[in-house]
Design a protein around this ligand. Structure first.
Ligand code: FDA
Length: 304
């Protein structure tokens, strides 16, 4: 019941103005966000790399409404990629196309994504296009497809197991050799297009994970769900899928013990590391996934 309310609040400008304050960042958001600056986040990536974990850096921001802001975001990504290259960090970047101006113009998003993907190729790394809410999904896939068809292949896309359409998208991208990040899905979607029950989402995730392990190119299984992770590991071992052929991805600040345990067991593990000042919607989605986090918020805000 709380989930749709929290997801709706993540899009509310008055709620953002009320909550997004330095005090709340220090006490709450910092658990999920690596810092407000690129330097702080790059330091976190260096620490992850030292623990044997790779990263994917996300500059927080979404729903950009001005072209100049989209261009500024793209320049920030280009600088970030340069820093990843110079510091020789094991890190991809993750981008939201609505931050690169998708809501304004698909042409703009294609141009900016292509610039970022080209720079990633130059520094020898990779760009993951995050998936956003279902209203934006068709536009995101169209922009992704255009960059892919232009011959830029150091880019992959995230797909959400809760959507009924995802098995078709997975097959289409497997056929083209596109790397997919599979996640459950973090938005509030209507039952006409997405499984409303968690058990069905989990079943869909398990089936898609198996399909990707067998036929996908470098799939990334993005979940903290221990049952699903154990199922994927067993399936991969039983079908002779090498450990290096796929990776697990987890979010910064969530299940650090599991991140380390998987790496110790020889798995490739990548941690999604968001940073920046536009942390409000991201942190609210983390609350929606686990309303028990609200106790953590209350405890930290109320402590003297
Ligand atoms: P589930 O919600 O069942 O949680 C399993 C367990 O994980 C919980 O019992 C708890 O222990 C822990 N856990 C999960 N969420 C937590 C939280 N917020 N706080 C504390 N503990 C938590 N979504 C999307 O729509 N588009 C995208 O592009 C991405 N990208 C992405 C990348 C990566 C690397 C990850 C890990 C996730 C995403 N997601 C995403 C988010 C994803 O869709 C999903 O909402 C979350 O991962 C939570 O679902 P779980 O798979 O962890 O399972």
């Amino acid at each position: 019941m709380l989930r749709p309310v929290l997801v709706a609040l993540s899009r509310s400008e008055p709620a953002r103005r009320l909550v997004a304050r330095p005090f709340v960042f220090r006490r709450v958001a910092r658990r999920f966000v690596a810092g407000e600056t690129a330097d702080a986040a790059l330091q976190v990536v260096a620490e992850l790399n030292a623990r044997g974990l790779a990263a994917t850096l996300d500059i927080l921001g979404e729903g950009t409404t001005a072209e100049a802001d989209a261009q500024r975001a793209a320049i920030a990504y280009l600088d970030l990629l340069d820093a990843i290259g110079t510091r020789r960090l094991q890190s991809h970047v993750s981008v939201k196309l609505s931050q690169l101006g998708l809501d304004l113009s698909a042409e703009l998003a294609v141009r900016l994504l292509a610039q970022i993907v080209r720079r990633a190729a130059e520094v020898g790394t990779f760009v993951r296009v995050d998936m956003e809410d279902s209203r934006r999904l068709p536009g995101i896939l169209r922009v992704f497809d255009r960059v892919w068809e232009a011959g830029w292949h150091t880019v992959g896309v995230a797909l959400q197991a809760y959507l009924y359409r995802t098995p078709q998208d997975v097959e289409r991208y497997i056929a083209r050799g596109v790397s997919i990040r599979l996640c459950k899905g973090a938005y509030a979607e209507p039952p006409q297009i997405a499984y409303p029950r968690k058990a069905d989402v989990d079943r869909a995730f398990a089936a898609l994970a198996e399909r990707l392990l067998i036929a996908g190119r470098s799939p990334a299984l993005a979940t903290h769900d221990e049952r699903l992770i154990a199922g994927a590991r067993q399936f991969a071992a039983a079908h002779g899928v090498p450990l290096q052929a796929y990776e697990f991805q987890l979010l910064y600040g969530i299940r650090r013990d599991l991140q380390d345990a998987l790496a110790r067991a020889g798995h490739r593990v990548r941690v999604y590391v968001p940073f920046g000042t536009h942390w409000y919607p991201y942190v609210m989605r983390r609350m929606a996934e686990r309303p028990a986090n609200l106790w953590f918020v209350a405890r930290n805000l109320l402590r003297p």
